[in-house]
Design a protein around this ligand. Structure first.
Ligand SMILES: [Zn+2]
Length: 236
């Protein structure tokens, strides 16, 4: 019997094979942590590797090589998965990551009836086309479904904390208004896992995990979610 592979680690074939090589390399930066570890090779390669010597039924290898990072403990939706528009040229490179900042998207018109993927398109349209930024401002966004939606990508400095505060600063936002309410349990579980994984990947201490309001006068990420950030930082 084959060991099953978590479905979240099996991206749609067209996404895996269509992703440009350069972009996949960028993702490897957070790789083991996020998307790339779920797609270390093309689907065709995976199938070749998994197929038995007689070419019989595809079967995942029984164990990962020791050098291969564990898959992320959450589902990652790549840009193609939510219909992102392309990155524009007016951006700065992200040379390294030394801090993490948590945001909320706040209320978005019609969000009760819209999917997380549709909301991603709306946020990107606002940031990229209305505000004129290169792309959606956040590096990643967590949906109400608990999935991590890929934002502008880690090779690009974010546009989420204001001016120089964006330098070396990974921006993660959660869909919703968390002034009084809390994110869904799925979203908060993913946020916790995401932060922990990013801290481990980049060697970031608890004192470098922020809520947006610590950089400027803003309610973001809302009183409830900011209280959660404070409790998160207090963990051993
Ligand atoms: Zn914010």
């Amino acid at each position: 019997m084959c060991e099953s592979v978590p479905p979240e680690c099996l991206p749609a074939p067209e996404r895996a094979v269509q992703r440009p090589l350069a972009r996949r390399r960028v993702l490897m930066g957070l790789g083991g942590l996020l998307l790339a570890s779920c797609m270390p090779t093309s689907v065709a390669q995976q199938r070749r590797q998994a197929r038995g010597p007689d070419g019989s039924a595809p079967c995942p290898p029984p164990a990962r090589p020791p050098s291969q990072p564990a898959p992320p403990p959450y589902v990652v939706v790549p840009r193609a998965g939510w219909g992102a528009e392309s990155l524009k040229d007016n951006h700065d490179p992200m040379e390294r990551i030394t801090r993490l900042t948590v945001h909320h998207t706040a209320e978005i018109a019609g969000m009760g009836e819209r999917t997380d993927a549709d909301l991603m398109k709306g946020i990107q349209d606002f940031h990229r086309n209305k505000r004129g930024w290169a792309d959606i401002g956040y590096h990643f966004v967590i949906g109400r479904d608990g999935k991590v939606y890929e934002g502008r990508g880690l090779s690009i400095q974010g546009a989420h904390a204001g001016g120089g505060n964006n330098k070396e600063n990974l921006g993660i936002s959660v869909i919703g208004d968390f002034s009084t309410a809390m994110p869904t349990s799925a979203a908060i579980r993913t946020l916790s896992r995401f932060l922990r994984a990013a801290q481990q990947r980049y060697g970031i201490g608890m004192d470098q995990v922020y809520g947006h309001r610590e950089f400027k006068a803003t309610a973001c990420p809302g009183d409830s979610l900011f209280s959660w950030v404070e409790r998160y930082r207090a963990r051993a």
